[in-house]
Each structure stands twice: as C-alpha cells, then as structure tokens.
Design a protein around this ligand. Structure first.
Ligand code: CP3
Length: 361
C-alpha cells in the first residue's frame, strides 16, 4: 500500500518505500527552544497540557524550527494517571513525584478505569487541532506500564529501581494487578489518541532496560505484547507502533517480539549490531547520543554519518526489504530525549544533514 498520501514518516515505520530517511527527536518540544521557554510559563506541565491550543502550539514549535518529519504531541506519560486522580506532580529538573507512593495492594483501587474523553478530553482535542494544522503526521504516545509503575512505586525518579524490583518478586499479586491496570490505561489512552487522528504511536518504556532479562520477560514483556495486540485490533488503517527503551541491549530481541513495527534504541549498540539481534523487517529508530549534540557541529555530523552508515549495513545484511532499495528500515532519532542545553541550530543542522545524506528533499 504505497500511496503518495501516506506521509513519509508513516511509510518508513511500516517499512514501505521512502524517498529519504525521516527524522524527528524525542523531547523535541521543550527547554532547548527559546520559543518554548517563552510560551510555556512556570506552572506544572500537567496544567500546560490542559490548554489544547497551547499544547498544539508547543507541539508545532519544533516542527517549524527543525523541519522534522513527525509532530510528537506535547503531553507527558503521567497525564492519564493524573487525570484519573492519582495525585502527582512533575517537578522541573526532577521529574514525576507521587504524593503517596503505591506500597500496598489496597492502594491499587486508586487506579480506576481511564475514560479519555471524560478524564482528559484536552489530549484528544490537541490532536484534533494538530491534524487540521500540521503538515506532518502527529505521533501519540503513552508510558510503558513498567515505566509508569516505577514512578508510582518508587514515588520519584530512581537510580536503582530497588523498591519496584523487590516488589515484583515479593508481592506478585500486587505486581500483576498493577500491570493489568496500567496496561488497560495505556490501551485506552492510545486508542483515544488514534481515534483523534494520531498517525502513529510510541510506547515509552524508557526504564525497561534496568531489568534483568529474566525479570523483563516474566514481569513486563507479556503486558507490552498485550498492549500492541489490542491496538492491532482497532478498526481503520494500520497505525504504526514504536517501542522504546533506554539501555535495552540485553532484552532487545524480546522487545522486538512484543508486536511493534519499529524498535527505538539508544546509543549503546550500533544499529547494524541491533539488526543482527532482532532479525528481519522490524524498522529501527535511533540512535544518536543526545550528549553528542552538545559538541561542535562537525562532531555531530560525523556521528550522525556513522549512524546512517550502520543503518545501511543493517539493511543490506539482513532485511528482506533490502531487495527494495527504496526501503530504508531506519528512522533517524536520538537515543533518548533532547537535552535542555542543546543548541537548537545543531538540531536544525542535523535534520538537514540527514535529509541530504539519505535522499532528496
Ligand atoms: O517533544 C516531546 O517529546 C514532548 C512530549 C513529551 C514530554 N514528556 C514533555 C515533557 C514526552 C514524549 C514525554 C515523555 C516522558 N515523560 C517520558 C518518556 C520519555 C523519556 O524521556 O524517557 C518520561 C520518563 C517522562 C517523565 C518526565 N516528565 C520526566 C523524567 C521529566 C523531566 C523533568 C525535568 O525537568 O528534567 C518530565 C517533564 C517534561 N515532560 C518536560 C517536557 C517538555 C520538561 C519540563 C517542563 O517543561 O515542564
């Protein structure tokens, strides 16, 4: 189904022919942009997202500035939980903080069913506005159940994930019920975003790579698989699904078998190596280290060039699609979010570099 109406980014996600490699950046809307700092105000991001016009405007800022190929919705993975009444805040330079962390199975009654159109209509409204105004596809997203659970259980960002790891082993009834509830919330959230017009979705299971392979397979993977399977049942044209985590080298083959169309990897493994580990035909997204973007542009360009070469090697070595040289099997991105201290001109230059190296405008 190679229709010219299907946007480049969506075609790339589905491993269809493309005229060049698409590019966007995780956390492209944010503090690196002066126009963001000016418009965003000082309140919690949880309040900012409740204004759909503003959320749409913040979503479009990086699209206008950087000329990226996808508009990732300005929202946060904690928005649905906040919308169903879980008391939390997102503190600047810290991250999500839960007022009463979840430590006992009785606390799980605080996670009630998420009804997106009643609980957070502003999310879908922002997408509807964007679909009307943006000339690139809108990417919806949700947090992976493990990543959201890590905040709920730890109460704040953690380096060790000690509480949550102990809990999943020690209190499995609690764990599996929590994951069931969060998976249901994710499916409800992503389905609503797709109905509102999101052309693709990304599951941010950012912290899954902190788990052992055994723990990931037993305690997390079945839920990711279920989420992707539920989304695949939605009526209408196929909406591509992207699966992301940081430091996932030890579990990448498992993640790749959970049912997404695209696997998004951080900078630790080169893309050709990832391809050997996950087999054919899943598209790879990534994987420039966001810290490299703080270096002078020639360094950034050299590293980006190395990534594009690795993507080419990956394609030639493994995919069936390699027979079709119009298929790239790659979406250029960073390995994690844009750092606030990044010079926006570096990112504009990077977009131009990827466009020039991989095809024609
Ligand atoms: O361009 C985009 O990607 C914007 C949309 C977006 C935000 N959060 C906005 C945001 C997305 C996709 C997220 C996802 C998100 N939120 C994740 C998964 C992605 C990842 O980075 O791993 C996670 C783990 C969160 C939780 C969260 N929210 C953290 C850790 C932080 C950082 C705290 C800080 O100040 O450094 C946030 C806050 C946040 N979410 C900001 C933005 C633009 C920055 C602060 C602000 O402007 O209020």
């Amino acid at each position: 189904m190679d229709t010219p109406d299907t946007p480049l980014f969506v075609r790339a996600c589905l491993n269809q022919p493309v005229e060049r490699t698409p590019v966007w950046f995780m956390r492209q809307a944010g503090r690196a942009l002066p126009e963001y700092r000016e418009k965003r105000g000082t309140g919690s991001i949880l309040e900012t997202v409740k204004d759909p016009e503003l959320a749409a405007e913040l979503t479009l800022q990086p699209v206008t500035r950087y000329k990226v190929d996808a508009a990732v919705l300005f929202s946060d993975i904690m928005v649905p939980l906040n919308a169903i009444g879980v008391e939390l805040d997102i503190l600047a330079n810290v991250g999500p903080v839960i007022f009463e962390p979840f430590t006992d199975i009785s606390h799980l009654s605080r996670i009630r069913r998420y009804e997106p159109e009643e609980d957070a209509p502003y999310v879908q409204e922002a997408i509807r506005l964007l679909v009307k105004t943006a000339d690139v596809p809108v990417l919806g997203f949700a947090g992976g159940p493990f990543t959201m659970a890590s905040y709920l259980v730890e109460g704040k960002p953690t380096r060790t994930f000690a509480k949550i790891k102990a809990l999943m082993h020690q209190n499995q009834d609690f764990w599996f019920l929590l994951m069931d509830k969060l998976s249901e919330l994710v499916v409800a959230s992503l389905s609503a975003q797709i109905s509102a017009g999101a052309a693709a979705i990304q599951l941010f299971d950012s912290w899954a790579g902190y788990l052992s392979r055994y723990d990931y397979e037993k305690f997390v993977w079945p839920f990711s698989k279920k989420i992707f399977a539920e989304l695949s049942k939605l009526p209408g044209p196929k909406v591509p699904k992207i699966h992301f985590g940081v430091g996932t080298g030890a579990i990448i083959d498992l993640m790749a078998s959970a049912g997404a169309d695209v696997i998004s990897v951080d900078w630790r493994l080169p893309i050709d190596k990832v391809r050997q580990m996950i087999g054919r035909d899943i598209v790879i997204q990534g994987n420039l280290d966001p810290a490299i973007c703080l270096a002078p542009f020639p360094v950034v360009a050299e590293e980006a060039g190395r990534i594009l070469k690795a993507a080419l090697v990956a394609k030639e070595a493994e995919t069936d699609s390699a027979k079709n040289d119009k298929v790239s099997g790659h979406i250029f991105n960073l390995g994690h979010g844009v750092l606030p201290e990044t010079d926006p001109d570096t990112l504009s230059g990077l977009v131009e570099f990827v466009r020039e190296k991989t095809g024609h405008k």
